[in-house]
Design a binder for this molecule. Structure first.
Ligand code: ADP
Ligand code: ASP
Ligand code: MG
Length: 411
């Protein structure tokens, strides 16, 4: 008998029929004698619907009220799932984040979990009840409802598993595991038996939204056994493992390909090539809470140079407006922005011990006529910024070039 924390995402609870199917599955695990804590997302599309309602009123709604609004999606699902469980004779009790007491900081819409009170959940588990918890939400120490950022129910699941020292945290979703790349984009993507935390962390941070990045950080930090599985079809899913040796990914040099369309590129052209200029440009951007990702500065000529960097697409306008003043102050020739770009990254712990990975990547892209605009590397990843219109071609090309295509689909 184990203590399992299972998280079911939006599509898995997207209709009443699907909620009934989840109840059937959970009741089955309970009947086998497992202690069950179930975290659910809002029904698919609901969080987007709520955000759109808010934006109909105001372009940038108040973050505290936004959290009061979007947290309602999950509250609907916990109640419906408990009803469906009780209908099956399986005792269950629903909890909002605040009722559990998932204490977070007060950073509305992107709060971080600080502490979890396990007393209520333990009492229910001891009484043989299934505990059903609303994902994505918590409460700050003044009692304000907070949310954990998009995709945050994954993090709720992993955090509860860490607090309760669960035997496994199982993320049930609409694909049957973590793939070499998004299987909705590349037909030949392959499910991985295992992937290391380190690689999963890179994949998540580089755009693979199958797991929210914070959930992977949490699982690594608290050593939570984590598995991604399908709600719709039985199978072993993908285990996220701490052990590099253990990973099936030791064989290929590149384990997976991630991509992100949510970036925009800003160039300050013709800036003076003198000390302190990068800081003059990037410090105000940071102060405005705009995250900067890839940065490239040209080699100077004629005492001037260009500085190019990427930001989240939603922040581009704000950054450009802000930089108009800075550009004038430092005597830059112009500010150029482009939101038609995308980032493609290859990830793999095997890259540490192999040379020539970058040239394979660049050659494969060149052969398809795809121009690389920016490059950034770390020990286990290489990312390039390209034009968004070539994104899918680039991902498919690299997937083949690094031998990741599924054999059955290769014929
Ligand atoms: P949920 O609603 O269950 O949280 P998400 O939509 O957040 O589900 O995450 C699952 C989706 O992640 C899949 O439908 C798939 O399109 C996408 N995805 C992106 N990259 C990958 C990958 N490498 N492996 C599997 N799925 C991926
Ligand atoms: N419902 C939230 C979202 O759509 C949280 C989640 O599903 O993980 O982002
Ligand atoms: Mg998700």
């Amino acid at each position: 008998m184990s203590l399992l924390v299972q998280k079911y995402g939006g599509t898995s609870v997207g209709t009443i029929e699907r909620i009934e199917a989840v109840a059937e599955k959970v009741a089955g695990f309970r009947a086998q004698g497992h202690d069950m804590v179930v975290v659910v997302s809002a029904m698919s599309g609901e969080t987007n619907r709520l955000i759109a309602l808010a934006k109909d009123i105001q372009e940038t709604p108040d973050p505290r009220e936004m959290d009061v609004l979007v947290s309602t999606g999950e509250q609907v699902t916990i109640a419906l799932l408990c009803m469906a469980l009780k209908k099956r004779g399986c005792d269950a009790r629903s909890y909002t984040g605040s009722q559990v007491r998932i204490l977070t900081d007060s950073a509305h819409t992107k709060a971080r979990i600080q502490e979890i009170d396990e007393a209520n959940m333990r009492a229910d588990l001891n009484a043989g009840r299934v505990v059903v918890v609303a994902g994505f939400q918590g409460v700050d120490d003044s009692g304000n409802i907070t949310t954990l950022g998009r995709g945050g129910s994954d993090t709720t699941g992993v955090a509860l598993a860490a607090a309760l020292k669960a035997d496994e945290c199982q993320i049930y979703t609409d694909v049957d595991g973590v793939y070499t790349t998004d299987p909705r984009v590349v037909e030949k993507a392959r499910r991985l038996e295992k992937i290391t935390f380190e690689e999963m962390l890179e994949m998540a941070s580089l755009g693979s939204k199958v797991l929210q990045i914070r959930s992977v950080e949490f699982a690594g930090k608290y050593n939570v056994p984590l598995r991604v599985l399908s709600s719709f079809k039985d199978g072993p899913g993908t285990l996220i493992t701490l052990d590099e040796e253990d990973s099936t990914m030791e064989q290929p040099v590149v384990s997976g390909i991630a991509f992100n369309r949510d970036e925009a590129k800003i160039t300050l052209a013709g800036i003076p090539d003198t000390p302190g200029i990068a800081s003059k440009i990037l410090a105000p951007v940071g102060k405005a809470n705009i995250e900067v990702d890839v940065i490239v500065q040209n080699v100077g000529a004629d005492n001037t140079t260009d500085l190019t960097f990427t930001v989240n697409r939603g922040d581009m306008k704000k950054a450009v407006d802000l930089l108009a003043g800075v550009a004038q102050e430092i005597g830059a020739r112009e500010v150029i922005s482009d939101d038609g770009i995308a980032k493609v990254s290859i990830v793999g712990v095997g890259m540490r011990s192999h040379a020539g990975v970058a040239s394979t990547m660049f050659t494969a892209l060149a052969e398809e006529g795809i121009n690389i605009q920016m490059i950034t590397t770390s020990e286990i990843k290489i990312s390039v910024i390209i034009s968004e219109k070539y994104l899918e071609l680039a991902v498919r090309t690299l997937h083949s070039a690094f031998g990741l295509d599924a054999e059955s689909a290769q014929a």
